[in-house]
Design a protein around this ligand. Structure first.
Ligand SMILES: [Zn+2]
Length: 136
């Protein structure tokens, strides 16, 4: 008899792809199951980021199938977890900044530092706000 473990409908991959199951398991066991930068809980689009590629590291082009590459990568992460970070898709995108030349990085940091985030205040009626007077 099949045991129902959860009531939510599984994603199209979760049942059929053991690589994705292993990917999630590693995320939880080795990286607390959260994005290193924003602390978002593990989910769709999460990936492992190489801090630095080593010469002997294989690339996805070296494999006939991306599944085989992912198997290789997960094994590498298990052996050397300190070489990787777990990121959500958005935070991983930020890593492209590492490829920016120095001047571009400097301009970006200038923009980040001069930007004041919008204050999130609860909208409410201000009783002292001027009344709207229609033009006669
Ligand atoms: Zn993130």
């Amino acid at each position: 008899m099949a045991v129902k473990t959860h009531s939510k409908k599984p994603s199209k991959h979760s049942k059929v792809d053991p690589v994705l199951i292993e990917k999630k398991k590693i995320a939880i066991e080795l990286y607390y199951g959260v994005c290193y930068i924003c602390r978002k809980k593990y989910g769709k689009g999460f990936l492992y980021h190489h801090k630095e590629y080593e010469d002997e590291d294989l690339k996805s082009d070296d494999f006939a199938s991306t599944i085989w590459y992912h198997c290789y990568l997960l094994e590498l992460i298990l052996q050397q977890p300190e070489r990787f970070r777990l990121f959500c898709r958005n935070c991983h995108f930020l890593m492209f900044i590492a490829d920016y030349e120095e001047e571009r990085q400097a301009r970006l940091w200038e923009c980040i530092k001069e930007t004041k985030p919008r204050k999130h205040v609860k909208k409410r009626r201000n009783p002292q706000s001027p009344q709207f007077t229609p033009v006669k």
